[in-house]
Design a protein. Structure first.
Length: 410
C-alpha cells in the first residue's frame, strides 16, 4: 500500500505541471523563423522572367533580374546563386540588380525569395573565375617583368633560387620554355615585345637591352651617366620611350645607328612605370614623396609637350602606396598596379577612380601586359602581411574588355 500511495501522489502533482508546460510551449512565439519557413502567406510569390547577362564573374558581375512581385525593400529580397546569397544593390517591384557572390560554377541556379510563401522559379547561369594562374610556379621560382605577343605567349624574366635564369616563354598550353639565356641581369624591371619578335628590356641601369630567341641579351642603347631605366614602351612609330632615375626621359628610334642614337628630355620626378596611349606618354612618378600620374603629348619623335598631372595618386591614397605598373583598356580606363591590399586601381576618363575587383585580388602587382583577348596578365609579387600570404606568380585577370593597342607587337 505504501508504494501505491507514492505513485498516485506523483501523478497528482506532476500532471498539472506537465499540462502547464505544454500550454506554455504551444503559446510561445518563434521570433527567429527559418528562412525556409513560410514567413508571410499573403505575399505574392516572386517570378523571374530573365537574368542578364547569362555568363558573369563570381564576386564581380552585377546581374540584372527582371520579373514581378519583387520587394522595393533591399533586405527583403534574398537572391541565391546555388546555396550562396548575392548582394542586392538596387530593387524595384520588377527589377533587381544583384552582385554575384564569389562562387565559381557553371550551370548554377538562381532563385529568390521576398518573405513570400514560396521561392521563385529558377534560371540557370554560369559564374566564371575573374582570375586564373596560367602556370603553377614553385615557391622558389619568381617571374618578374612580363610581356606578351599576338598569339598568346607570355615572356617573363625568370628567377629560380634567387638566381637569374634568363627569359622564359610561357605558351597558351601552359608549357614553360627557354627563350633566351641570362645576361648580366638577375631580372628585368620592364620588358616589351617588339618588331620581329625581339624583346626589349631595362633593368635599373643606364642602358636598354635587346633580347632575341636563343641569344644572350645585347646592349641596344647606353644613356647618360647618373641615369637608370625602370620601364619602357613603344609608340605607334616603334620609337622606344624609357625612363627611371636621373631626371631624364629617353627616346630611342626604331632603327638606331648605334648605342648612342637617342634623344633625351628633362623630367625631374623618379619614374616607376611608362605607357604610351592615344598620342601621350604616361608616367607613374614620385616627386617630393608624392606619387603622381603625369602625361605629356608626343608632338613628334623629337618633341614632347609640357608635363601635366593626369591623376594625383597620393592625394587619394596613402603615401605608403606606390605604383609599379600602368596600362589602359580599350575604352581609355587607366589601370594602376600597386602594393595596396586592393592592388589594382582604376581611373576613368571622367576622373572617377576606385579599386578594381575589390576583395578578389591580393597584393602586390609589379608588371602588366595585355593578352590577345580580355585578359590582363599581371605579375603578382610575393606578399606577407595583414593576414595575407602569397607567392610570386603570374595571374590572368579577366577585365571583360580588351586592352588599348600594344604598339610594337602589331
Amino acid at each position: 500500500m505504501k508504494r501505491k500511495f507514492k505513485i498516485s501522489s506523483i501523478i497528482k502533482i506532476g500532471l498539472p505541471i506537465l499540462l502547464i508546460s505544454l500550454l506554455s510551449i504551444g503559446c510561445s512565439e518563434d521570433v527567429t523563423p527559418s528562412l525556409y519557413e513560410k514567413v508571410n502567406d499573403s505575399a505574392p510569390t516572386p517570378v523571374i522572367s530573365d537574368i542578364s547577362p547569362k555568363v558573369g564573374l563570381g564576386g564581380i558581375t552585377e546581374f540584372t533580374i527582371t520579373g514581378q512581385n519583387f520587394s522595393t525593400v533591399l533586405d527583403e529580397n534574398i537572391v541565391y546563386f546555388g546555396a550562396t546569397p548575392g548582394t542586392v544593390m538596387n530593387a524595384s517591384e520588377t527589377q533587381l540588380v544583384v552582385l554575384a557572390p564569389n562562387v565559381i560554377q557553371d550551370s548554377i541556379a538562381v532563385k529568390l525569395n521576398t518573405l513570400a510563401a514560396e521561392y521563385s522559379n529558377e534560371i540557370i547561369i554560369d559564374l566564371k573565375s575573374a582570375v586564373r594562374e596560367p602556370y603553377d610556379f614553385a615557391d622558389f621560382e619568381q617571374p618578374y617583368a612580363i610581356t606578351a605577343d599576338n598569339v598568346g605567349n607570355i615572356y617573363l624574366s625568370f628567377v629560380s633560387d634567387n638566381k637569374g635564369q634568363g627569359v622564359k616563354k610561357l605558351t597558351p598550353d601552359g608549357e614553360l620554355l627557354d627563350f633566351a639565356p641570362k645576361g648580366g641581369e638577375t631580372f628585368y624591371f620592364g620588358l616589351q615585345y617588339g618588331p620581329g619578335g625581339k624583346l626589349y628590356g631595362v633593368r635599373g641601369v643606364r642602358a636598354l637591352f635587346v633580347v632575341e630567341e636563343n641569344t644572350a641579351p645585347a646592349t641596344y642603347a647606353v644613356f647618360e651617366n647618373g641615369t637608370s631605366m625602370f620601364d619602357l614602351d613603344f609608340d605607334q612609330d616603334h620609337n622606344i620611350w624609357t625612363a627611371g632615375k636621373g631626371g631624364k626621359i629617353f627616346r630611342v628610334p626604331a632603327n638606331p645607328t648605334g648605342t648612342s642614337d637617342w634623344k633625351s628630355f628633362d623630367f625631374e620626378p623618379e619614374v616607376s612605370a611608362v605607357k604610351v596611349y592615344n598620342g601621350y606618354l604616361y608616367l607613374a612618378a614620385k616627386k617630393d614623396l608624392s606619387q603622381l600620374i603625369y602625361r605629356m603629348q608626343i608632338i613628334s619623335a623629337d618633341s614632347l609637350g609640357a608635363p601635366e598631372v593626369y591623376f594625383a595618386f597620393s592625394a587619394n591614397y596613402p603615401l605608403t602606396v606606390s605604383v609599379s605598373a600602368i596600362t589602359f583598356t580599350s575604352d581609355g580606363q587607366l589601370l594602376l598596379g600597386t602594393n595596396d591590399l586592393n592592388p589594382i586601381k582604376y581611373v576613368n576618363t571622367d576622373g572617377t577612380f576606385g579599386d578594381l575587383y575589390d576583395g578578389v585580388l591580393t597584393p602586390e602587382m609589379i608588371s602588366f601586359s595585355w593578352g590577345t583577348g580580355n585578359e590582363l596578365y599581371v605579375t603578382r609579387a610575393r606578399f606577407s602581411g595583414n593576414g595575407i600570404e602569397t607567392t610570386q606568380t603570374i595571374l590572368a585577370v579577366n577585365l571583360q574588355k580588351k586592352g588599348a593597342p600594344q604598339y610594337g607587337r602589331e
